[in-house]
Design a protein. Structure first.
Length: 469
């Protein structure tokens, strides 16, 4: 690859702001859908928890079929006037806007089959639209700059964009969708997500205007590739496996704590208004991680900064699981520790992913940003299905009955409390082990090269490492 510095504007704040707006757009849709779909369809629309779990898993299998295709197609597209990935983002944002809102149409009196059909069809179309925006957006990181410090800055600004989107979704939305009896109002979801989706659509258009894809891929490197071969190398990439497993665990078991928390405050603490405070506490540690990421990475490196804080999360979530906490503020303080322990992972995930993508190019000699990122996204999406199914099945195990609202039968609230602690405890343990034992990239030796520039010794070393694995 080479820079076109004499023609293209140098990397700067404009790129960082534009990239942040891209994640703002994706996160508005993703966060609302993943955090409130179960509450809307199970509690407001009357879909049975076991049916919700089955649909979520079916849709994630659908994602498994479509996500790599989108990544592979975006790889094969030759760069145009606006770049390689921006056209995908531009056109994918339209169906993303429509389906994000249409999914939350409130039709409580519709036949049960219609409710199931509405949920399944809209979620399927939404998942394709989201992938059409998010995969090219994530892949774009490696074409905006080659500099590792600038990439870390992009990852930080991406997290800022996500936080800017999460703030209204997590803090404002609970104040708008619950009534005075701590029960959600079904008719409130659609207007809220419509306004947020329009804001996200505007942000994605600004991304196209502000961000420049300045790293040009030489034609010799942009040849057709066999996705099965890419997938094989993906699984042989030990660091990518560590990052993928930890990302899946974070999304499935730590991120979904906020889903389960809705039922905890509704049924156990009997104070749904505290949910907004819980969302703030859940997100505030990420702000600390944003401020601390640069000095911590400089002193300890990405792996250490991401891995060892999970030990705090294991301790805090263990207390949440096995101690019957009656004071909601004590529980929220422990939640803050759990989210603090995972904050560095959230902030640096995309910088770690870019390193893993570069490493795979180094050892294979193929430039496949879209395919690799698409595969990484595939497993992240599967984890969302696992997490959604886990929370839904936990409600089933707890014997939660949607028709009872906040007034559940004896023992239900206690089982919900136990499950709400066990879920993040599982996630913190898996995240720590996968990053500590599998992720092994030496950042000081990692540089992005053309296939012709990769020494034979590197490829020989790669082949030997495959044999050892």
């Amino acid at each position: 690859m080479e820079h076109m510095s004499s023609i293209i504007r140098p990397f700067g704040m404009r790129d960082k702001i534009g990239y942040a707006l891209g994640d703002f757009s994706c996160t508005v849709s993703f966060s609302f859908t993943t955090n409130y779909a179960m509450l809307f369809f199970v509690t407001c629309m009357g879909v049975k928890p076991e049916h919700f779990a089955a649909i979520i898993m079916f849709i994630k299998v659908w994602d498994a079929l479509t996500t790599p295709v989108i990544g592979h197609l975006s790889d094969r597209r030759a760069p145009g006037k606006t770049g390689k990935f921006k056209p995908w983002i531009k056109w994918g944002s339209i169906p993303l806007l429509v389906t994000s809102a249409a999914m939350f149409l409130y039709v409580p009196n519709a036949p049960y089959a219609v409710k199931i059909t509405l949920f399944t069809s809209m979620y399927m179309i939404w998942s394709v639209a989201f992938a059409s925006v998010n995969i090219p957006y994530g892949s774009m990181n490696s074409l905006i700059t080659q500099d590792p410090v600038q990439r870390a800055e992009l990852s930080t600004f991406r997290s800022i964009g996500a936080m800017a989107a999460d703030a209204p979704v997590m803090v404002l939305v609970p104040l708008l969708i619950y009534d005075s009896n701590d029960n959600p109002k079904g008719g409130s979801f659609f207007p809220v997500i419509l306004v947020m989706s329009l804001a996200g659509f505007a942000a994605i258009q600004l991304l196209g205007a502000l961000v420049t894809e300045r790293v040009q891929v030489k034609q010799s490197a942009r040849r057709s590739s066999d996705y099965l071969k890419t997938l094989k190398d993906f699984f042989k990439n030990r660091s990518m496996m560590g990052l993928t497993i930890s990302s899946m665990s974070y999304l499935a078991f730590i991120g979904t704590t906020l889903w389960a928390m809705q039922y905890l405050f509704m049924c156990y603490f009997r104070n749904a208004k505290l949910l907004s405070l819980g969302m703030i506490i859940g997100g505030f540690p990420v702000l600390f991680a944003l401020l601390a990421s640069k000095p911590l990475v400089k002193k300890y490196g990405k792996k250490t900064a991401v891995t060892y804080p999970f030990l705090l999360g294991i301790a805090a979530s263990g207390i949440m699981t096995f101690v019957k906490i009656k004071n909601p503020y004590v529980w929220l303080a422990l939640l803050g520790v759990v989210m603090l322990s995972s904050g560095m992972h959230m902030i640096l995930t995309w910088a770690l992913a870019a390193d893993c993508i570069d490493y795979q190019q180094l050892i294979t000699g193929r430039s496949e940003e879209g395919s690799i990122f698409g595969t990484f996204s595939l497993f992240r999406k599967l984890s969302q299905g696992i997490g959604g199914a886990a929370v839904a099945l936990a409600l089933k195990w707890a014997r939660y009955a949607a028709e009872n609202g906040a007034d559940q039968l004896s023992g239900v609230a206690e089982r919900i409390r136990f499950a709400t602690g066990l879920i993040p405890l599982t996630g913190c343990i898996i995240c720590f082990l996968s990053m500590a034992l599998l992720y092994n990239i030496n950042e000081t030796q990692l540089t992005r090269k053309e296939p012709s520039e990769i020494p034979a010794s590197s490829l020989d070393e790669h082949n030997e490492s495959h044999k050892r694995l």
